[in-house]
Design a binder for this molecule. Structure first.
Ligand code: SER
Length: 275
């Protein structure tokens, strides 16, 4: 599948699950003093999530252009050093505002990856929030139990607050999350080292591709968590990483998201692209 077809298949899949497909919001945020650039698909829905504006469509999906070059979610130091972080990237996402919750979000993420895109089920690992005594939050046993329907128990890993409690910024919507990681290493490498020991360890071929956030709180300026008016699903999948997985590449830059641009640069500059 080409990148264009992959993007379209995501939208088609969630449209078939009664989601309204909306356009990407601008990358420069105009009306939120807490954030300069769009850093996640949920930014444009912040006021809906907080209950400040009415819900127009309870189910929404899109592909959002994002920048993570400053603030809480800053990838700038990785760009140019690895094969899977970018300044600007696209995030595929689906949302539920007070409609479906963990069971549907997890089942659909799994179905889309393994039945629609036919990615190998044996290459996936998932994480769930381990809980936090400081925040007074329990382990997300509910998400773990749902995952058990799809993946073996030893591939469901606990994650800490840094990796498994997603927050938009210092304040704003937040909640426990469940990440889906994929192991793109060769069979020999996978046989030699168990993929689960490489999850969240900066291995360029064992990477997070999709984050499912179960938003239930608003982080206040004083640090406390206030329950949201509705339970919200907020998912974000790295489009360029997904293309790498589907197209069987070892680097995002080898997908057709980038190769036409790189070829054109080679033509203009007369230099050959080498890794
Ligand atoms: N907001 C979450 C993230 O950016 C999920 O979309 O990872």
């Amino acid at each position: 599948m080409t990148a264009k077809e992959i993007r379209q298949s995501f939208k088609d899949y969630f449209e078939s699950k009664n989601h309204k497909i909306v356009p990407s919001a601008p990358m420069v945020i105009k009306d939120d003093p807490t954030l300069m650039f769009t850093n996640a698909g949920m930014n444009q829905f912040k006021d809906i999530i907080l209950g400040n504006v009415p819900i127009q469509y309870p189910r929404v999906a899109d592909s959002q252009k994002c920048l993570r070059v400053s603030g809480k979610h800053n990838d700038l130091e990785e760009v140019g050093h690895d094969t899977y972080h970018h300044t600007m990237f696209e995030m595929l996402g689906n949302w539920s505002f007070g409609d479906y919750f963990k069971a549907e979000a997890i089942a659909w993420a799994w179905e889309y990856l393994t039945e629609v895109l036919k990615l190998d089920k044996g290459r996936f690992y998932v994480t769930v929030f381990e809980g936090s005594e400081k925040e007074g939050l329990m382990r997300d046993d509910e998400a773990a139990a749902i995952w058990e329907k799809f993946v073996p128990k030893d591939r469901i890993l606990n994650g800490n607050k840094k990796d498994n409690f997603w927050e938009m910024g210092d304040t704003g919507p937040c909640g426990p999350c469940s990440e889906i990681h994929i192991d793109l290493r060769s069979d020999e490498e996978r046989a030699a080292i168990d993929g689960k020991t490489l999850v969240n360890k900066d291995n360029p071929l064992v990477i997070e591709i999709w984050n499912n956030v179960f938003m239930q709180y608003n982080r206040k300026a004083d640090g406390t968590l206030e329950p949201l008016p509705n339970k919200v699903i907020d998912t974000g999948m790295g489009f360029e990483r997904l293309c790498m997985a589907v197209q069987g590449k070892k680097s995002n830059y080898d997908t057709d998201v980038f190769t036409p641009i790189i070829k054109e640069i080679e033509k203009i500059t007369g230099y050959e692209y080498t890794v």
